[in-house]
Unconditional design. Structure first.
Length: 298
């Protein structure tokens, strides 16, 4: 379908639809091409309308969080990219020990807010950049724990724009994955516990120091590129393959953490993709292990 025909699909929504939007700038890597349509609904009704129009017209649809786990290809993305950063999607509500956070809420800010309120449960996620939607989808976490363990329920939207909930017994969270198949996560209900703010702050600091010492945080990356194969460390395998510092164009394997690829000046997405292929191939040769991507490539 041509771009012109597709634009008719979004008739009346011109205020929230941008065409040929430079998507790379909305990701932590800062790389990659344009989204055919970039849509920022301001209300749930508008979102449902967009979702329905995309479904009815078979327009591919993706949801962007903070772009901290994404690499956008140089040629960009066909179809629609939806960003839930309108006020309605970023609401945060505390009700006793239950925190309800909209998909667009900032995980890092929530962590600190909960610490201040003396509410434990997500302090172990300190230093993980991202939105609540992205953190639920990825079951963000690390050696200290993950978000999934604290999730009571999630509010989702299906491809017809219908809203529904999924709660604990039906939800399963695993290493960097969930059984949520709905395209859109609208909000999450998180169960917290009362705790001493000073104690929580100490944990946040410990997690931060650990991350700062082991990860290249002030660089353009998308965190760990590969998942750790069961019982093994992808970073250690890449390191033992001698790949630290390996460069393709502007993409380089971090000297600090071999599972991070850093985009240096002039880097293109294709450099990162080529470096990923090189790493996969060499780790396969040395360890006979197929590394699986943790980051998503669009
Ligand atoms: C420096 C650095 C350190 C990192 N450290 C960690 C770490 O310690 N642990 C860890 O787990 N991750 C880490 N990451 C990766 C990243 O922070 C997490 O995966 C994060 O949860 C991604 O959130 P996001 O909002 O940026 O999602 P995006 O990168 O924007 O999207 C990731 C996925 O989530 C989907 N998604 C986003 N929002 C929604 C929504 N509302 N509904 C449905 N799907 C949605 C996207 O479609 C995509 O599939 C790190 C990244 C960086 C750059």
């Amino acid at each position: 379908m041509s771009g012109k025909l597709r634009m008719n699909i979004f008739n009346g929504l011109e205020k929230i639809v941008k065409k040929d939007y430079p998507l790379g700038q909305s990701t932590w890597f800062g790389l990659g091409g344009r989204a055919e349509y970039f849509i920022r609904p301001q209300t749930i009704a508008q979102l449902a309308d967009v979702v329905k129009r995309c479904s009815e017209n078979s327009v591919p649809m993706r949801v962007l969080g903070f772009g901290s786990n994404l690499l956008v290809r140089d040629e960009g993305v066909k179809g629609t990219v939806i960003k839930l950063d309108g006020e309605e999607f970023c609401k945060v509500k505390h009700d006793g020990l239950i925190l309800t956070a909209g998909a667009g809420a900032d995980l890092g800010k929530l962590v600190l807010d909960c610490v201040r309120r003396g509410l434990g449960g997500i302090e172990i996620l300190a230093g993980i950049p991202g939105s609540i939607g992205g953190a639920v989808r990825m079951n963000a976490g690390g050696i200290f724990g993950d978000l999934g363990s604290a999730i009571e329920s999630v509010t989702l939207m299906d491809n017809d724009g219908n809203i529904f909930e999924k709660s604990k017994p039906e939800l399963s969270f695993d290493y960097r994955q969930t059984n949520i198949t709905a395209k859109i996560i609208l909000a999450a209900q998180i169960k917290l516990y009362e705790a001493d703010p000073q104690h929580l702050l100490k944990t946040v600091k410990e997690v931060w120091i650990y991350k700062k010492n082991t990860q290249p945080l002030n660089t353009k990356s998308a965190g760990c590129v590969f998942k750790n194969p069961r019982g093994m460390s992808a970073g250690a395998m890449i390191d033992r393959t001698g790949l630290k510092g390996t460069k393709v164009g502007g993409a380089v394997v971090s000297e600090k953490h071999a599972n991070f690829i850093i985009a240096e000046k002039g880097c293109k997405s294709s450099d990162v993709i080529l470096l990923i292929d090189t790493i996969k191939q060499q780790v396969k040769e040395k360890f006979d292990v197929e590394l699986e991507l943790e980051i998503e490539i669009w």
